[in-house]
Structure formats: structure tokens, C-alpha cells
Design a protein around this ligand. Sequence first.
Ligand SMILES: [Zn+2]
Length: 402
Amino acid sequence: MLMRTKPLFQLIYLGWLVFTLFACQKNLDPFGEVQKISLKASVSFLNADTSSRLPLAISVIDKAGNALNYPDSAIQIYANGVWQPDIQVRNNPYSPHAYYRSKQPGQISLQARWGPLISQPLILTARPKKTYPIIRLPVIFHIPQSLDLPKKGIVLKQVIAGVNQLYRDAMANSDPNHADSFIEFYLAATNPDGYPLLQAGLNQLDFDDPATNQASGAKVDSILAHWCIKQYVNIFVKINWEKGAHPVGSSFSYMPLYSVDPYPGDATCASLSKARAAIMIADENAFTFSVVAHELGHALGLGHTFGDCFWYTDDHVKDTPRQQEAHPDGTNQKQSCGGVYFLATNVMDYYNRRSGLTQDQVAVMRTIINYPTYLPIHVESSAGGRMGYRDVPPVVLIDCRE
Ligand SMILES: [Zn+2]
């Protein structure tokens, strides 16, 4: 039959034969050229439940240090020495190669195997979810005179509802460490004199942003002296006392943790106002639940999830992937410094579709809430405007990963 085909087809057939022989050779003995299998996870923690899944990256490295392609399903995953037949390893170029789930809390030693080759153990910790007492924080939005919220289609209730969904982990967040913060925000119902506000959470100002930072700062100081940070989370929209210090369109936030007083106990509303512990939302375009939730995260002690892979900087929160500042791909995925793809859902990330927080981010915020600070939380001690109970031990903020 080969003799009767045209020369071109003979050549194709011959090529196919050689390819098949070579491919068979590779499948029969792929290990001669392979140096090692590497197994990485986006982070070392995951929720112990049925839904959370930790993205994994599995690479096969040849003796020259190059990554090799490997057949789908050739590699098997072992947890504490036991084969996990449910974990399918796929050699996807732009997404995780596999996921790990654990219903049980505890430490897991994960390994990838291909024939006689076995990866170094990857130590993971599956953690049960935590609960905390619910904390509710009153929010007041200071809106410039000429910003007509209904005209711009901005509804404060909707903004706060979105923030609360995110903070209460109700957004179908797929992060392996997604967590409920048990923190809720509500639109303040009364003004500092105790009278009901015309619209909850709204203080429509009788001026627009002054031209200079000094003039804007003076306005903000006088507002904060009245709308005390012990009573409200203050959010200014388009009243920018740091013009020129940030890129146009950037919002920013200061934690209500520091005062200008030498002794924190001496702090009064007037002296606290000088620290300008408030949030500034740049403009109506930034007036979304996503940006407000992000700035509230800063106000409660969180940093950005990204840092610098080379200098090994990041948010010092151990269950968020260490990553470079980057745009996600079309499916909201990013890559960790270790090259593991993950869905970028974190509220403290940039450019992503934000839908939640992690367990350790929640631990940071709950520590800020539980330790002396000037958040508008119901006073349960004689500490003068500070939180009374301290049921959460300090979290370790610095941890080395990957
Ligand atoms: Zn930020």
C-alpha cells in the first residue's frame, strides 16, 4: 500500500511513523531526560471544607533545567503518602494544573509522582473556618455640594450592601481561604448632635473641593472634629486634601489608629481630627462598592496583596498569594511569584474583580478592632471610646513563603 501512494503521502506517512516511534519512546521511558518534578501551591493554607480548593502548579524539569510537556493524567498526587485518584493533573498552560481540597483540618504533606519520580513534599495546612462576634460600624459619606448622587445613579444603600456582601463572604468567592469577617457597615442614622439625618449616611456639604490641599485639609479637619472618628467611619468623596500626591482618580485611606496626642488616652475628637483618619474616594467613578470596600480594608489595617517578587515584599499576610502588581487575564486569573495561577478575587488587590477576604486578612482586621484604636465601636470598658474586649491574640504579620 505504501508503494502505491504518491511521494508526498509517503513522506507524511514516514514522518508519522518516526513521530509515533519517538512519542512511544518518550512514553515508555520519559524519565531519562527528566531531572525532577516540582509541585507548588499558590499559598500554604486552605479552608477545611468541601468547596475550597487550592490551585497547584506541577512542572517537569529536564536535566538542562527546561520545563517539559507531560501528558495529562500522567502525574499522580499523593497526600500524606496516599494516592488521591480524584485529583486530575492537566498540563494547562494558562491555568492551575490541579486543585487540592481537604474536608479535614490538619497538616498535609502533598507530593506529585510520575513513575519513579517524586516531588519534594509540599506542606499545607487545612484550617477550620473561624467565627467572631459581629461588629457593626456606622458610616457617613461627606459629599460635595455639586455631586448629585441620584443624577449619577449612586445609591448609598447599594454601595453599603455590596461592601457588606463582600465582608460577610456572601459573594461566592472561590479563594481557598475565603472568610467571613463578621464585620458589617451601616449608614449612620443620626448626626453628631443626635438628630436624624435627612438621608441615612449622607452629609451633603455646602461647598465643593477647595483649590488647595491646605484649604481642603482645613475643611476636613473641621468636619472630623464634629463627626468624630470615635462615632463614625468618615468617607469623603471628591474632597481631596492630598491633591498631586496620588495619581488622578486614586482613592486613599488612613487608619484610625494614630493620634497626635503623646498619650492615646488623652485623644479628643478635636485632636484626633488632626490625624485625618478618614477615607477619600476620588470621584463618582470610584464611588463603587469595590473601591469603598478596598479603602475600608486599609482603614482596618490591610495592605495591598501585591508586592515585589524580587525583593520579596508583599502584604505580610500568609494566606494571600505572594505576587507582583499585575493585571489579571480575561478570566480574572493572576500568577503568584512561584508561577501558580490563581483567581484574583481579593478586595486588597488591584485591577481585579473583587469578591472577598481571606482568613488571615480577617485576623488582622479583628486585631485592629480588638486593640486600642478609635473605631466607632460601642464602648464596653472605661477605656474612653475604645474597644473593651481582647479575645483575639495578636497575629503574626510577617511570614516567609514560597
Ligand atoms: Zn489600596
